[in-house]
Design a protein around this ligand. Structure first.
Ligand code: SF4
Length: 508
């Protein structure tokens, strides 16, 4: 793939029509794209695929994959984002091209660590499974031939000869069903999963696989190919990272949050400092609740915590003056005197608000940024508790917040499956007493604003998955009473500039 340096040109398409490259709506992504593409199109394609994979993740946790609801919602998203959604659609060249190119871009961005690779592989597999199962029998056959997986269908004579064995070894198959279905002779290496699960008849080193089980083999094959490809791509990262046009984009994509950046605060000045304790219990996500608690308890936060929490508070509407007062009041309760605060910490808070240095208006951190970068060490309270806390400690924390045992189990299961944002969504549902969060959580400030909307009764609860949601809060206020006290290009720029800002926060 080549990239045009005229990044912002209006007509982003540079390549000619290459219809013959995409004989199928589905592919194994074996050949990388070779055409020229503008950076605008590169970024747009990547963000759309990321949005799609996020929806795939959400649906995979919320619904059984074989249900009509799951399929309808996924098809809706594919249509909306203009990816191929129907295998039969003849005239979807643009969608197929976008599908091909966007897959390879995210492959570059998501090969960079084990966590990223695993997440990407899981979502791509789910997407592929859905699409493969949407194919008609004849298209399935065509696709299998195209990817050199054309298994040999056994003859009617052989099937009749083996009917009893096939019936006995293939769960759910009666004699009549064996007669109806086509069976394929597949090498054992390709049918390991079916063989292990004792779902196929084995003879002379071959598995006899019914047509309806072929998807297991195809998926297995795709998984092997994609995980190898990701490992290979990771090895070529150094040369990709030396490309100064691509490196920031790819880094940004792997920490990408695709939604508002919360840099413009509609609520600026509408929140009083006295409200923060109560808000931290009612409407802060766990990461910010943890930071607030730590600040109130120890009257100090190390620089990672100050960055994460300070920008979040700015995002919920604290003015610069309020922020200075808030941090100062708390810090001088600890070991920092007023003079030291004014000389050291006040500068960094003003910097945070774009009043010092490069005068950049810094954006609050997204979940992906918090989850993927700068993990907390001993004495730190920043990070995402679902990602960075020991499960036992997380469990204790949730118990202390009166989350019911069944809810804790659900949250810990999601954490175990590395669905950290979904675990956070579940936490939202449980603390707001709603069945379905109704939106896809990507940002701590989004959590806050959705919580506030719900608590102020501004919206009706949606039971269906959509981009918005709302809720009702359970009374859980003893903590405050006890207190003593995605992806847009602008995000990429802000992230880069933030690195500079962090230098001002290095003092512990
Ligand atoms: Fe915070 Fe996001 Fe983690 Fe929730 S998922 S605790 S909002 S970083």
């Amino acid at each position: 793939m080549e990239f045009s340096s005229r990044a912002r040109q209006k007509h982003a398409r540079l390549a000619g029509d290459r219809r013959e490259q995409y004989p199928h709506s589905l592919q194994f992504y074996l050949e990388p794209p070779t055409e020229s593409i503008s950076l605008v199109e590169f970024e747009n394609f990547a963000i759309d695929r990321l949005k799609l994979l996020k929806v795939v993740e959400n649906l995979g946790v919320g619904y059984v994959r074989s249900t009509e609801t799951y399929k309808t919602k996924l098809e809706h998203e594919l249509r909306k984002l203009k990816f191929p959604y129907r295998a039969l659609a003849e005239d979807d060249y643009e969608a197929r091209r976008k599908d091909h190119i966007s897959h390879f871009i995210l492959r570059l961005a998501y090969c960079q660590s084990e966590d990223l690779r695993r997440w990407f592989l899981q979502q791509e597999m789910d997407l592929f499974r859905y699409r493969f199962n949407q194919l008609t029998d004849s298209l399935m056959q065509k696709f299998l031939e195209h990817v050199n997986l054309s298994f040999e269908a056994i003859s009617e004579d052989l099937k009749n000869e083996l009917t009893d064995e096939l019936c006995a070894s293939t769960p759910g198959f009666s004699l009549s069903k064996v007669k109806e279905q086509m069976f394929y002779k597949v090498g054992l290496a390709d049918a390991v999963d079916l063989f292990r699960a004792r779902r196929v008849f084995i003879k002379d080193g071959f598995a006899y696989v019914p047509f309806k089980e072929i998807d297991v083999i195809v998926l297995n094959n795709y998984r092997t190919k994609l995980s190898k490809a990701l490992a290979l791509t990771a090895r070529s990262l150094p040369s990709i990272q030396s490309d100064e046009r691509l490196q920031p984009l790819l880094n940004h994509l792997s920490h990408c949050y695709v939604g508002p950046d919360y840099s413009v605060q509609k609520n600026t000045g509408k929140i009083s400092l006295e409200q923060i304790d109560a808000l931290s219990v009612k409407s802060f996500p766990l990461c910010m609740r943890q930071l607030h608690r730590a600040l109130r308890d120890s009257h100090h936060l190390r620089h990672g915590g100050r960055m994460q929490y300070g920008l979040f508070l700015k995002g919920i509407g604290l003015t610069l003056e309020q922020a200075l007062e808030f941090w100062k009041k708390e810090f001088i309760r600890g070991k920092v005197d007023a003079d030291k605060f004014d000389k050291g910490y006040a500068y960094s808070i003003r910097h945070n608000y774009g009043k010092e240095g490069k005068r950049t208006d810094y954006t609050p951190y997204s979940c992906m940024k918090i989850i993927m970068s700068n993990p907390p060490s001993q004495g730190d309270y920043h990070g995402c508790p679902f990602r960075h806390s020991d499960p036992e400690l997380l469990k204790q924390k949730l118990q202390s917040y009166k989350i019911p045992p069944s809810g804790i189990t659900q949250i810990l299961d999601l954490v175990k499956g590395m669905h950290y944002q979904l675990a956070c969504q579940k936490y939202f549902e449980l603390t707001h007493d709603v069945d379905d969060i109704g939106f896809s959580l990507n940002h701590p400030n989004q959590y806050f604003s959705e919580s506030q909307k719900l608590l102020s009764g501004g919206r009706e609860l949606k039971k269906e998955l959509s981009n918005s949601g709302n809720f009702q809060q359970k009374n859980n206020s003893q903590e405050s009473m006890n207190s003593n006290s995605t992806p847009t290009s602008s995000n990429a720029t802000a992230d880069t500039e933030l690195e500079g800002l962090e230098a001002f926060f290095t003092e512990d």
